[in-house]
Write a protein that binds this ligand. Structure first.
Ligand code: ADP
Ligand code: MG
Length: 338
């Protein structure tokens, strides 16, 4: 055996595999891009066998020709400029890898128009390159049309689960993002049937109700906590609402859905005496925090984050729950001397 350096096309396919695991990862990356582009209405359409046809339409900022020419290159992003910016990430994307990855494992077409441009653009893309570009009449916004996912990586394709399972992954992604962005209307359509439709909701409680239903929404308690460097808004189970897994624990840090076992555990601790053994509380935590206190760059799919240790946000999250679950446990205010 002798050592060689892999060619660019092979490197890109390997990298794509890390970010795009299944059709649901494509949906996630594309919706996040739509949100970063200030969209207010997003439509996700799925047709046929999952991966054959994924179309995502938004009414966001769109791209002009020079942006479009760069968007599909690896590490091409409008959201990051320097390594210092990594300490201050407020967008959902920042690695500039999603579009490049998708273009390496599917047949991709994009339609896009900015507010200022006179006409829209239509492009066909493969392997990070635009093969065909022409002008078309379009409203402001962007549509990504993804076909034949994994057509050129047959092993990946073989490991996809059946259509209903893969569709459910997509549905979960759409639900999670919707719960984190109550001001954005998101619609999910499968084979011309509307599966989920949310209007732009005035508040989070309404969005929870419309996505998770009355059973969950009516058994949630709520508390908030504000300090200079972070804001906590948390909805959490009363003693009648619990699940057999952590599926219904939603954590949003600066609008990004993440998993964080430390947070789950600190909240679960307060339920030991309230719900049966081996059951988990339902909660939705919205944490807005100074970006310097979170590291979002620890995982290529960006779904895990690390909270800085040098503030007591973890303990405060627990206490915010405790305050409502155990109102009598609070240390009474000192009695004024009289
Ligand atoms: P990232 O989101 O990490 O920047 P992506 O590969 O997902 O990387 O996207 C590359 C760039 O393409 C983005 O930074 C953005 O400028 C542009 N872009 C992608 N999707 C959209 C969209 N729906 N509307 C407008 N611009 C978009
Ligand atoms: Mg992105």
């Amino acid at each position: 055996m002798s050592i060689i350096v892999l060619d660019e096309a092979t490197v890109s396919k390997i990298a794509a595999g890390e970010i795009i695991e299944n059709p649901a990862s494509i949906v996630k990356e594309l919706i996040e891009n739509s949100i970063d582009a200030n969209s207010k209405n997003i439509i996700v359409e799925i047709k046929g066998s999952i991966g054959d046809f994924i179309r995502i339409t938004d009414d966001g900022d769109g791209m002009d020709e020079s942006d479009l020419n760069l968007a599909f290159l690896r590490h091409a992003t409008s959201k990051l400029r320097t390594v210092e910016d990594l300490n201050n990430i407020v967008s959902l994307g920042f690695r500039g890898e999603a579009l490049a990855s998708i273009s390496h494992i599917s047949k991709l077409e994009v339609l896009t128009k900015t507010e200022d441009s006179l006409t829209g653009l239509r492009a066909e893309i493969s392997n990070g390159k635009i093969d065909k570009l022409n002008n078309v009449g379009l409203p402001k916004g962007t549509t990504f049309f993804v076909r034949d996912v994994f057509f050129n990586t047959p092993v990946r394709k073989k490991y996809l689960k059946n259509d209903n399972v893969e569709f459910n992954y997509i549905y979960e992604v759409v639900q999670k993002i919707s719960l984190g962005n109550p001001d954005i209307s998101i619609k999910l359509i499968r084979d011309n049937k509307v599966i989920m439709n949310t209007n732009s909701e005035a508040n989070i409680k309404n969005r929870i109700f419309s996505i998770l239903g009355r059973d969950i929404a009516s058994n949630l308690l709520n508390n908030t906590f504000n300090s200079e460097s972070y804001k906590i808004n948390i909805y959490f189970s009363n003693n009648k609402l619990y699940r057999s897994n952590r599926m219904h624990q939603y954590i949003y840090i600066n609008g990004r859905y993440v998993k964080n076992l430390e947070i789950s555990k600190i909240i679960e601790k307060y339920y030991y005496s309230l719900i049966p053994l081996n059951r988990y509380p339902v909660f939705l935590l919205y944490l807005d925090i100074d970006p310097i206190l979170v590291d979002v760059n620890i995982h290529p799919k960006k779904h895990e984050v690390k909270l800085s240790k040098d503030n007591n946000v973890l303990a405060i999250i627990g206490e915010t729950v405790e305050e409502v679950l155990y109102p009598n446990r609070r240390i009474p205010d000192p009695i004024e001397s009289y």
